[in-house]
Structure formats: structure tokens, C-alpha cells
Write a protein that binds this ligand. Structure first.
Ligand code: SF4
Length: 319
């Protein structure tokens, strides 16, 4: 199984090469909005899930060929779960930086930043993107459904501590979910926490892809405007719109392999699937035929979410 994929279009990072050091749905949260579905392997223990040398060889295989770096804005450690659960993450970041002069980002839930070891490892990255969706422990429990070993105050204090020492860019992502963290009180509590963390940017997001729980939907437009207003003294970037751009099919041998690998990590809108298949010169009826065959084999399924058609992995468990 390939652990390095893309580049994929990212609303925050441009064209990003994804590195996934974590097996499918291994996490210490089970967020209601998770696009990978419910967490099937809940753990708070850091370890190597795959041999680190194999991961590095895969990264090397993509970065070393001439010309491969030009089309990349970032190498991003992101997972089919939480990447800081990988014990060799720090080693992988430093080795990747030796391989190529491309900024490295880590997309994390930030839960383990209370550990000095994790803070030191992530300090080597150019951009660290933790999540913070709640200003109180009660809302944290409702949205992120963490492992019992993670306490809200400890988690947030870990982010504050990291900020004090970290020289790179800290971009906090806030996912707004209707009825959970979109009221004035919730947003004010969240703002108080964010002010203490002092991130360089805050990305305001909403669940644009099918979530783990069908009721975890974006707030109404008025609530998004309220959130923008409350957080306006901080450096807020609104990414509540869909990302544009094509998914790379480099390294895939046939359309089915490409579709399966991409949607495992990233549910795709139907038009993105069609665009991707067209790179293999699959057109017209053949596109639908390919999709129907994969659906019949039980590997992918079609869902409609907020009036848009998505294709996602059958492996993802949803409510
Ligand atoms: S959104 Fe991230 S932190 Fe939350 S359950 Fe999914 S992988 Fe884990």
C-alpha cells in the first residue's frame, strides 16, 4: 500500500504531497465531522505502524526524480488518522528536509503537543496545523470525542507551550459544526483560548465533505458571519468554500487504483472523480462504468451530502 500520495490540491497549502504514516482510521479523537468516518482504532499510544525506512524510501522515490519538486508547494504529514501517533515522525520530518528544499507541514489534531517529545519533533516543521474546535471541555467532548487519556486543559496548554518555543508558522484550524460550537457563547470561549495560543493564522472551516455523523453539518450563513466577526481581531482566513484543482494521478497504473487510493483519504465530489478518470483517457459512459464496477465490488459507495454527489471508501464507518 502506498503511503505517499498526490500532489493533492489543498485550500491551505496549494499543491501538497501527502505522507501518511498511520493506518486507516487510527486516531485519539473520533470527531463528529471526520471525513474518514468514525475512528475504528482508538489509541493514544505512539508507535511505528509501518517501518520508518520504508516510508522514507517512498518519499525519496517521489522527491528524487528530476522535475518532481517543481510542482510541489509542501510535503505534508497527514494521516488516515492522527500523524503524531507515529513515533518516528520527528525522524521522518528531518530526513524529508534533507532530501529536498520543500517546506514541510504537519496536519495534526494537536492533542499530543502537551508532550515535550512531540513538541520537539514538530518544531522542525515549517508549518504546524493543529485543530481547536472548542473553548470548553464539554464542547470538546461533544465534537472531538477524544481518547480518555486526553484532557481538554492539558491539550490546550500543550498548544500554548508549543507556540512559545516554535519559530515556524502555527495555523490553527477551527471546524464549525451546526449546533455544537456556533453560538455566541461557544465562539467567545473559543476566542479566549485562541488568544492565549497566539497562532499566526486561524482557518475557519466547515464540514464540506460527508462527515462521520450525518448530523455534523455546516452552521447557517449567519453563524459563520458571527464567527468571522467574533474572531476578527485574530488573523482569520475563511476556507469554508470548496477547494479547486485536480488530483495528481502520477504513479498510478490504472483508473481504479487511482480512484481507490485517493478517496480512501479524501472523499471526492463526482466531478472531481470524472476529471481524474479523464486523465486516463476514460471518457463518457466508461467513467460511469468504472465507478459502477468499483461500487459493485464493495470498495466504494456514492453518497449525497448537502445536495452534492460524493464517492467515498466503503471502509469508512459512518453514522
Ligand atoms: S478529523 Fe482528524 S482528529 Fe478528528 S477523528 Fe478525523 S483524523 Fe482524527
Amino acid at each position: 500500500m502506498r503511503r505517499v500520495y498526490g500532489p493533492v490540491p489543498s485550500r491551505r497549502l496549494g499543491r501538497s504531497l501527502g505522507v501518511n504514516p498511520i493506518p486507516f482510521k487510527t486516531c485519539n479523537y473520533s470527531c463528529v465531522y471526520c471525513q474518514l468516518g468514525r475512528t475504528t482504532h482508538m489509541t493514544n499510544e505512539r508507535r511505528d505502524f509501518f517501518p520508518p525506512e520504508e516510508l522514507l524510501n517512498e518519499i525519496r522515490g517521489v522527491l528524487e526524480p528530476a522535475g518532481s519538486k517543481q510542482e510541489l508547494d509542501f510535503v505534508t504529514f497527514v494521516g488516515e488518522g492522527e500523524p503524531t501517533l507515529c513515533k518516528s515522525l520527528g525522524w521522518l520530518i528531518s530526513k524529508t528536509k534533507e532530501l529536498a528544499d520543500i517546506p514541510v507541514a504537519v496536519d495534526t489534531n494537536g492533542s499530543l503537543l502537551y508532550q515535550a517529545e512531540v513538541r520537539n519533533e514538530l518544531a522542525q516543521a515549517d508549518v504546524v496545523m493543529p485543530s481547536l474546535d472548542a473553548g470548553t471541555a464539554a464542547t470538546f467532548m461533544k465534537i472531538n470525542r477524544p481518547h480518555r487519556g486526553i484532557a481538554f486543559d492539558t491539550m490546550v496548554e500543550g498548544m500554548e507551550q508549543f507556540r512559545r518555543a516554535y519559530k515556524g508558522e502555527l495555523w490553527v484550524e477551527v471546524m464549525l459544526v451546526k449546533g455544537l460550537n456556533d453560538s455566541e457563547d461557544e465562539l467567545l470561549a473559543l476566542k479566549r483560548r485562541l488568544e492565549r495560543i497566539e497562532p499566526d493564522r486561524i482557518y475557519l472551516n466547515v464540514p464540506i465533505r460527508p462527515p462521520a455523523e450525518p448530523w455534523a453539518v455546516p452552521p447557517d450563513q449567519e453563524a459563520i458571519v458571527l464567527a468571522q466577526a467574533i474572531l476578527s481581531d485574530l488573523n482569520v482566513v475563511d476556507i469554508t468554500a470548496e477547494e479547486l484543482g485536480a488530483f495528481s494521478i502520477a504513479g498510478f497504473h490504472n483508473p481504479e487504483e487511482a480512484i481507490l487510493a485517493i478517496i480512501r483519504r479524501h472523499p471526492m465530489r463526482e466531478e472531481q472523480v470524472i476529471e481524474t478518470l479523464q486523465h486516463f483517457a476514460v471518457a463518457g459512459e466508461a467513467v460511469q462504468e468504472s465507478l459502477q464496477q468499483l461500487a459493485k465490488s464493495g470498495q466504494i459507495k456514492k453518497v449525497t451530502y448537502r445536495e452534492k454527489v460524493f464517492w467515498l471508501s466503503e471502509e469508512a464507518r459512518r453514522g
